[in-house]
Design a protein around this ligand. Sequence first.
Ligand code: NAI
Ligand code: MG
Length: 328
Amino acid sequence: MYNIAVIPGDGIGKEVMEATINVLESLDIDFNFTYGEAGDECKENNGEALPDETIELAKNSDACLFGAAGETAADVIVRLRQELKLFTNLRPVKTYPNTNALFEDIDFMIVRENTEGMYIAKEEEYTEEGAIARRIITDKAERRIIDYAFQYAKNNNKSKVTGVHKANVLKITDGLFKEIFYEVAEEYKDEIDAEDFYVDATAIYLITRPKSFEVIVTTNLFGDILSDEGAGLVGGLGMIPSGNIGEDNALFEPVHGSAPDIAGQGIANPFAMMLSACMMLNYLGEYEAEERLNSAILNVLNEAKTLTPDLGGSSSTMEVTEAVKKAL
Ligand code: NAI
Ligand code: MG
């Protein structure tokens, strides 16, 4: 049995979560879902956006599913990533049929460092001239994320890992990143090729030759920006899942937010949340179920009869959910 912490959050977070749990319950896997509160509504009701009970629930779970929070998103998801020490942020960039993808057949993974870099948010007081922010790169965290990327490549039949940095300008911090990248690459050289690019060059290559990428590994801020560029390549927020993985815990969430503009209408696209659940199944080692759910989603997309409005259809979240269950 798997203990799954379920944190629906606000707005369409709740709607896509309900849809996804509904689908997971029809998979013949013994899940024990326990619900936790977090987000704007939780703050209104309890005075805090992320109560300790929810953190404990997530810590004691085999995996955690998170929908989306509203204005309190940073207090909830950034804090959860820190509390659960989720050092890896996995952002697949993959084309699905009948979406607004700019290219066909894109399929690569962005492995983003999730704990340091520019996002330690150590911005110092304003100085006379302006303000200063610190960027931290440690051997430990970068080696861990780079090794994760090579392991990921190895386990998923990928042949190449691309390290992305700006070592020509940030000679010390990104110089270290690049050095570690090639040290780790050396350990995998019989199986996996390694290359490195500057982040600005990568930004254009993602558009001019996106199919040349298999696995990208990079520091926190660059990973954040490139993964949104990746989302743009494959057609919008309703399709993009993500995984946050640490040594003892993991949390899976769609990249989108609580979408107040469509919340309550029952028309949110549940695929980003369902694909996040696919990533959870992979993490739990339930590869067959992952494949089944992924194929069911693909079937519904290929048929293009039951799609939500963001994909050009006119179906509701629950109609899409029923279609996925039927395809299963
Ligand atoms: P958003 O992702 O909620 O929405 C952006 C646009 O995409 C909206 O037009 C929305 O309708 C559409 N959209 C997003 N997901 C969709 C889906 N599954 N199906 C159909 N359409 C979808 O981002 P926005 O508007 O910038 O933020 C809204 C709220 O969400 C804010 O309060 C923000 O703080 C929060 N937020 C939370 C995140 C999280 O919990 N991880 C991430 C991003 C934003
Ligand atoms: Mg982002």
